[in-house]
Every structure is written in structure tokens, then in C-alpha cells.
Design a protein around this ligand. Sequence first.
Ligand code: GLU
Length: 471
Amino acid sequence: MSAQPKFFEQVNRYVDRAARLLSLPDGLLQQIKACNAVYHVSFPLRRDDGTIEVIHGWRAHHSQHRLPVKGGIRLAAHANEDEVTALAALMTYKCALVDVPFGGAKGAIKVDKSKYSDGELERIVRRYTFELVQRNCIGPGVDVPGPDMGVGPREVAWIADTYIAMKGGEVSAAGCVTGKPVALGGVRGRLEATGRGVHFGVREAVGVKDDMARLGLSHGLEGKTVVVQGLGNVGYFGAKFLVEDGARVVGIVEREGAIYDSRGIDFEHAYQHRAAGGSLLDLPAEQKLTGSDGLAGLEWPCDILLPAAVENVITADNASRIQAKIVAEGANGPTTADGGDVLNERGIMVLPDLFLNSGGVTVSYFEWLKNLSHVRFGRMEQRFEASSNARLLRAVEELTGASFNQRVFEQVAVGASEVDIVNSGLEETMVSGFHQMREFAASRQADFRSAALATSILKVATAYNERGVFP
Ligand code: GLU
């Protein structure tokens, strides 16, 4: 294995490459790349057995060109300062790319979740939130964390509840964090948003006939084969929506190993089997790899490789053996800069993380808007739209003499609900985001990642200029 530069350095190598497509003053580029602040907190946890342990956590503010800053919190045994800084930088570029008007941040707590009880985890997350409040590192106008690896609605609810308890009377306090359960001010559709965005992004990419012909593929998702790494929130929902649209999962890579079956794997069954405590390796398959050997599963033949777990899994060491035609980056930073060079040289299409997994933060933005407006999407107009559509149907009946049955009325005379509005906003973001990225790439003969990053860098630079930071 060759020595790898640090993760934040990898991100900056990509940024430097993209910046060559632009002509920005060097000082401005340096400011955009720099991480403005990293907070490291350590605090004691009294474990259930009475012993005391020190827990470490971080919150990185990469760029405050817009406020609040935004980015998830992860609970992971491997968490460290370099990782959190790199991930915060990716949030800056991701938000800018899809016009989510936030700066970039990320947080992490270094814990192996499997080694702590639910009560211990709750104490850890609440104490971490307390530390963030003390440092002005959380709040609807300053810094709005969200979910990431190991953090779902339950952990987000602990964060929101701690903040609200400490900031009694703050009118939009629920906007301090996103990914909340709906009962606590969350928005419908957030849980599956990243995966839904992955589906929309891949669907757009495979819908371009010329690009697919260049890769030797037919266009459309029907029959496309997928190898997915990671059955967490992004991998599960991403692959599930691809399958619902006609794709076929042929390989799954997880911690315990990997399985491959060219005839297709019953994806939902495999997911449920693991969720109930089973192992992938129990399932029937043509090929199996055990433990960390499973990483070689990324090299199995498929049309679409969906890495949706950790960073740095496609490197200069294995990129030459990847057989996929499309690498769809569900995870943040799954491809190292050197690995990315090899994929580009080999003509493999890479749908970069900052575009492809931006659905999560996009819907987080919708949730924050809901919290600031104190009204559910659709509440004001849903019934009005339904009755307008019903009036329209009746007018058509009168004019044409036609008579629509009850089923037509039920299908057409409806108004958009919250989840309809959220999914429609998400689809618009991913569809227009893809075509902007593709057109920029075509006009500069650049790869998609450089095109996406260059677009983002320009937007961040513009925000700095608007604020008169660099007159
Ligand atoms: N963890 C998500 C990401 O990497 C974003 C979380 C959020 O909504 O802030 O994009």
C-alpha cells in the first residue's frame, strides 16, 4: 500500500486542480481553502459500571462566507481532526454547488457505538451538545449540525432537546440542528433524502445517451448492475431507489465481507437480514469474500459502483482494477486524488460526492426553512390546490361532456403534501445540478469533479466579494 496524503490535503489537491480552470487571485483561493477554526473538546463520561472515561469530539468551521455553517456530526471510532476538517471543507463546496446558502462545517465524536449502552451514548451526545453551546458552535444563525455516520433521528433529537432546554424562549430554537424526527420539527423526507438524491443524480447521468454510448452502456437505469459498499442510510436508500427504478444489485460490500451474484441479489432481503443481526455471508451468492478482504468487492464487474461508506476506499492501489463504468460517490471522499486520476485516465465516469450526496444537506436546508417559518410545507396551499384541480376537472367535464370517475378525481384533484414538496425541491436540485456540472465540464473539457468544484469555488469567491472581504 503506498503512503497516502492526509484527507484534508486530498481535498485541497482536488481544489487546486479545479482552480486551474479559473483565474482567481491566489490569496483569495488560499482563504477559500483554509479551515477557519477547529474546536477540540474533551469531557468525562461516567460509564454504567461507574468508571470514568474521557471522550474526544471536534467541530470544524471550514468557511463562514455564509452563515450559519452547516454539516453533520459523526459518531465513529476512527474520528480525528484531519477527517473532520476535510469533511467540513467538502460541506463548503457541496452547499455552494447546490445553492444551499450555508458555510461548511463538520463535527465528530470519537466513539465506537457498539461498545456503549444507549444511556451512555445519550450522555455523550448531550454533553457534546452542551460543549458546542458553550462555544457558540450551534444555533440556527451560527452553526446547524445534522446527521452523518452513526447519527440518525434519535441522536439528533438528543441534540435538539439539549439545545432547546439550554436556550429556553429562543423562538426558532428547533432550527439549531436538522435531521430531527418529524414530531420535534423535522421535515418529512429527510431520512431518505441523501439516497433519493443519489438516485436522481445517477438517473440523470445514465439518461444522457451520448455519455452512455461513450461508456459502452445503454441509456436509462433499466437493467444496470450495481455494486454497493455500505448499507447505512446512504447505501441502503440509494441502492433501494435505484432498484425501484429498474437497476439490479449484484454485489454488496460491508464490514463482515462481501457477496456477489451476477443473477442479482434480493437487496431488501439482504438489508433486512443484516438489520436483524445477520451477516451478508449467510446469504446465497456466487462469490463471497470475508472480513477486510471484502474491499476487493469494489473490483467486481458492474455498471455502477456505489461507495457509500467511508473515505479513501478507491486509491491508486485498486483504481486500475475497478470494473465499473460509473463510480457514484454516495460517501464523502471515497476516492483519493491519485485514485481519481486513474479513474479519469481509464475513462470511468465519476459522479463526485459533492454533487451526488448533496440531497441530504439540501433537504436539511428545507427543514431549517420550515423551522424558521414555523409552518409545515403545504399547510397553506394543499387544500386550495386540491379544490382548484377539482374545479378544473369539473370545467373539463362541462365543456367536453366527459364524465371522470372517482379514481380520476382522487388522482388529479389533490394538493402537494409536505413530502411531495420536499421531494420535488430535491429532484429539481439534483437534476439542474447535474446538467450545470455536465455543461461546465463539457465547455472546459474537465472531469465532473473539477467542474463541480470550480463552480463551487466561484460561488464562494463571489460571496466573499459581495461581503467586501476582498474588495
Ligand atoms: N452528513 C451530510 C453530508 O455529508 C449533511 C448533514 C446535514 O444535513 O447537515 O452531506
